[in-house]
Design a protein around this ligand. Structure first.
Ligand code: PGA
Length: 257
């Protein structure tokens, strides 16, 4: 069975002190909820202190981005070897990075390969815009994003990869996809694409998250869906109460199965 994951993407929020305070409170409340992988993804500058705060805990840290090269003349960038001992996960190809920082399917693939080479699990984001959704282009577009991101990877590596399906129209809008809609794309498009590329076993292994306006109210229904293995959470991950509630609800859903 695939282990569920609640990954918090803190985006460009939280000073170092605020980040440590939030991580500490989360640790105090859900350190022992071991049926759910808990991942906190603070801004780069907060990572060392948050990692130190979570040392010896059961809560993992992730970065929100990284460069694909190991080192070099890339002003302002951070590489996988720099992150290696500080994080377990890295978010790659978030739609905000694709939209505002010109990330492409090709750079997303390079980043995923570089993360894996460094022993960091990439959380690869895919998802269509409102316009694409309304034009009926979701399936073809998302399937292509998945296949491009996984180019050059082997089926056996799918246990060390996470894909997050995040429809752009649902991110930060308060308008989440319905649980059924999200499950249809996570299963019928994302998992399907992995299967077409790497076979049934790879498709059955890979963890697929839904992201986009998830919160403590809708997470229960989302987590009962068979093809959704967790959530990539933005706004609701910035507050202790909502993040903790989402972890606990997921634990209840999985314990109940
Ligand atoms: P949201 O963000 O939960 O605030 O919609 C999700 C994300 O962008 O990962």
């Amino acid at each position: 069975m695939r282990k569920p994951m609640m990954a918090g993407n803190w985006k460009m929020n939280k000073t170092i002190n605020e980040a440590v305070t939030l991580a500490r409170a989360i640790r105090e409340q859900v350190n022992d909820v071991n049926s759910v992988d808990r991942v906190l993804c603070p801004p780069f500058i907060d990572i060392p202190m948050v990692s130190a705060e979570l040392m010896g805990s059961n809560i993992a840290v992730g970065a929100q981005n990284m460069h694909w090269a190991e080192s070099g003349a890339y002003t302002g960038e951070i590489s996988a070897p720099m992150l290696k001992n500080l994080v377990t996960y890295v978010i790659v190809g978030h739609s905000e990075r694709r939209q505002y920082f010109a990330e492409t399917n090709e750079t997303v693939n390079q980043k995923a390969l570089a993360a894996l080479a460094a022993g960091i699990t990439p959380i690869i984001c895919v998802g269509e815009s409102l316009e694409q959704n309304e034009n009926g282009e979701t399936q073809a577009f998302v399937s292509e994003q998945v296949k491009a991101a996984l180019a050059g990877l082997a089926a056996a590596q799918m246990a060390d990869i996470v894909i997050a399906y995040e429809p752009i129209w649902a991110i930060g809008t308060g308008k989440a996809a319905t649980a059924e809609q999200a499950n249809d794309i996570c299963g019928g498009v994302v998992r399907q694409a992995v299967g077409e590329l790497l076979g049934d076993e790879a498709a059955a292994t890979i963890r697929i998250l839904y992201g986009g306006s998830t919160n403590d109210k809708n997470i229960g229904e989302i987590m009962t869906q068979p093809d959704i293995d967790g959530a990539l959470i933005g706004g609701a991950a910035l507050k202790v109460e909502s993040y903790v509630a989402m972890v606990k609800t997921t634990d209840e859903v999985y314990q109940g199965e």
